[in-house]
Each structure stands twice: as structure tokens, then as C-alpha cells.
Ligand binder design. Structure first.
Ligand SMILES: *Cc1c(COP(=O)(O)O)cnc(C)c1O
Length: 371
């Protein structure tokens, strides 16, 4: 039986999640101290392969803290992809630095290293690559460019928990990397995020900044203006339960992608996600590009699927298309524009069944014929 409405994503929560949350309530440790916070951070750091993981209240403030910890501020430029979720660009604006928008690669849909190189100026301080929809960025090139030009790298890994690049987890390459545990992410804590780093000095700074700037050795003495960006023990309880199941959840995402690929094999006019040599794509959102159609046709196609009970999402709008950033230089970004117009995310919930995927692919085929 195929479900009546197939959502793009839904949280995958089991008894373990419930038990751990109930435990926090029973223990009364429901604020931002408690055993689950420490455990979640430890498990997470170990999984990514870094020394430090600092839990925060969401993935957006994770990016904000990363920029603050690297002393990025007014007058600085930060290169970000034009095709991303708006939090990437907004975090740069929060610290009064200037986001500079780079084009995408045609095959991975990620920030194009060649575009990054063209946009570097004397003011550039950092690059924020985003592993879009779970596909790792070209980190070899990006790290090389960063080294040559003395730039920081902040990996926005919000969509790529468990993805790998040449045998290492995404999030383990940058000076600082960030994750999100929003309800539709690969693991969820409701709202939540994590900042990771190998550098203990940066880690200390992150901890101070997320806790109002309080001196760790002198309670209620504040050396700097910090923030309250703390995660609660309740969220961390969900996080621990999800991390205990992370391999299962990542496997489910990859399995879904394999099934889509199989049923899409003989459909012309669509491009399916790439998985490049020596990378592991975790397909946070399984996505397709409608090669020969424009944005309006894609919207018509999405409406047809919606009527059939299949939820889809359009690719992100380009940052430079929307009011907050439409006065910024768009740097042409031709590939990113094509992707933004023609791309869509299909149902990618880890609870999807093969018969649902088969049904979706059949309807996609029919709707494409009618376009
Ligand atoms: C989800 C997401 C974020 C922000 O996460 P929130 O937890 O919603 O604040 C940042 N960047 C990217 C690319 C994301 O997908």
C-alpha cells in the first residue's frame, strides 16, 4: 500500500529517543546542563573524527559562532555559494562581513573552486563550502586554494552528516565546521546544531561565546559580549539516541538513492545526483534536474506531483535573486542559476518504502511526458 501523502522528509524517531527524553524529564535536568549534552558532544566528535564538538541551539547560530571564533568581521569578505540555504549567507551578514557569491559545479551542484579563485580579493578572509544535499564539495581544491591564499575554511555540513571525501567525514576538513539537527536533517534534535574543530583554542572560544561570554574560571564574570546559543539536555537526549542510530539512518538515505537511481534509469530529460570518485554522498535530499525545462515548467511539474500526493521542493533560490542580497554582485553564476531553475528535491525520508519510491518514479515519468 502506498501512503496517501508522501512528504519530502519526516523525523525518524523510535523508542530509544522517547526513553532518553523521558529520562531527562524524570531527572529534572532539562536545561543546558546534563549527561546527554556531554555524551552527545563526545559521540559526535568521535564520529566526525575531530577533537572538539560544541553543541548549540541550531545550525544557523553554529555558523555565526564559527565566524566569530575566527574573528571575521566588518570589512572582511567571505566566499559562499550562491546556491545554498540562506543561513550560510546570513551568518556572514550577522558579523557585518560581506558575503561574496560563487557559482556551482555542473556535476556536484556544489561551490566551484574555479569560481572561488576568481572572487578572491585582498579582503577575503574565509570560504564557506556547503555540501549541498549531502554531496561532498571538492575539498582537495578548496583546501589548496585556502592554503595558498591564507583563508579560513568553514564547512557548512548541515546537509551532509555521514558523507565522506577520500575516506574522511565531511566536517573534518575545515578550520571549523557546522551541522544542523533541524527536524528534516539526517539526524534531528528538533532544533539544534553542532560546531566542530580540531583546534582547542578555537574550541574554548566557541564555548565561551555560546555561554554569554562567561569566564570559565570565574562564574558570573564576563570578559566579552557573548550569546546564549546553548542546546538543552532534552535536545541532546534526542541527539544521543539518533547518533546511536546514525549508521542505520545514513544507510537508509543511501539505499533510497540507489532505488531512485534504479527506477530512473530509463527516464530521459532528467539528471540524477552524482557520486564522484572517492566520495560518499549521503543524499540528504534526493534531487533531480529537469534538463530541458524552465522554472515555470518545473513549478507546473511540482503541482502535478503535489496533486498525486507527492511532496517536492524546488532547489534553493539563488541568494542574489532574493531581497536581502539582490543588490549584491551576482557574479553571473550561470550554472547555479540553471540548477536553481530546474532542480527539485523528491521525498527522501528514511521511512520511505521501495513501493513508494517505485510509485514516485512512475508518476514522475508520466508527469514529464505531459509537460
Ligand atoms: C539547515 C541548514 C542550515 C541551518 O540550520 P538550522 O538548524 O535550520 O538553523 C544551514 N545551512 C544549510 C546548508 C542548511 O541546510
Amino acid at each position: 500500500m502506498v501512503k496517501k501523502y508522501i512528504p519530502v522528509s519526516e523525523p525518524n524517531l523510535k523508542k530509544k529517543e522517547l526513553d532518553y527524553v523521558v529520562d531527562t524529564v524524570k531527572s529534572t535536568w532539562i536545561s543546558s546542563k546534563g549527561k546527554y549534552i556531554d555524551k552527545f558532544e563526545k559521540m559526535f566528535a568521535e564520529y566526525i573524527g575531530v577533537n572538539h564538538a560544541i553543541s548549540v541551539s541550531n545550525g544557523t547560530v553554529a555558523l555565526h559562532l564559527a565566524l566569530l571564533a575566527l574573528n571575521i568581521g566588518p570589512g572582511d569578505e567571505v566566499i559562499v555559494p550562491n546556491l545554498t540555504y540562506i543561513a550560510t549567507a546570513n551568518s556572514v551578514t550577522y558579523v557585518s562581513a560581506t558575503p561574496v557569491f560563487a557559482d556551482s559545479e555542473e556535476d556536484t551542484w556544489n561551490i566551484d573552486p574555479k569560481s572561488i579563485e576568481r572572487l578572491i580579493t585582498r579582503k577575503t578572509k574565509a570560504i564557506i563550502p556547503v555540501h549541498l544535499y549531502g554531496n561532498p564539495c571538492n575539498m582537495n581544491e578548496i583546501m589548496k586554494i585556502a592554503k595558498t591564499n591564507n583563508l579560513f575554511v568553514i564547512e557548512d555540513s548541515a546537509e551532509a552528516l555521514g558523507s565522506e571525501y577520500f575516506g574522511k567525514k565531511t566536517g573534518s576538513f575545515g578550520d571549523v565546521s557546522t551541522f544542523s539537527f533541524y527536524g528534516n536533517k539526517t539526524i534531528t534534535t528538533g532544533e539544534g546544531g553542532m560546531v566542530v574543530t580540531k583546534d582547542s583554542e578555537i574550541a574554548n572560544k566557541l564555548r565561551i561565546l555560546k555561554g554569554q561570554g562567561m569566564n570559565p574560571d570565574r562564574r558570573y564574570w564576563f570578559d566579552i559580549i557573548g550569546y546564549n546559543y546553548r542546546m538543552t539536555n532534552i535536545q541532546a537526549a534526542l541527539g544521543c539516541a539518533q547518533m546511536e542510530r546514525v549508521d542505520e539512518l545514513v544507510r537508509a538515505k543511501r539505499n533510497i538513492a540507489q532505488l531512485y537511481n534504479k527506477y530512473f534509469m530509463d527516464i530521459p530529460n532528467i539528471i540524477i545526483p552524482a557520486e564522484k570518485y572517492s566520495t560518499i554522498n549521503t543524499y540528504w535530499m534526493y534531487s533531480i534536474i529537469l534538463k530541458n525545462y524552465c522554472r515555470e515548467e518545473r513549478e507546473k511539474f511540482r503541482e502535478k506531483l503535489e496533486k498525486l500526493g507527492i511532496e517536492t521542493r524546488p532547489f534553493f533560490y539563488l541568494m542574489t535573486e532574493m531581497p536581502p542580497y539582490n543588490s549584491y554582485e551576482n557574479n553571473e553564476c550561470k550554472i547555479a542559476k540553471l540548477l536553481a531553475d530546474k532542480g527539485l528535491n523528491l521525498p527522501s525520508s528514511t521511512l520511505l518504502k521501495e513501493e513508494e519510491i517505485k510509485y514516485i518514479c512512475g508518476e514522475v515519468k508520466k508527469c514529464l511526458k505531459e509537460l
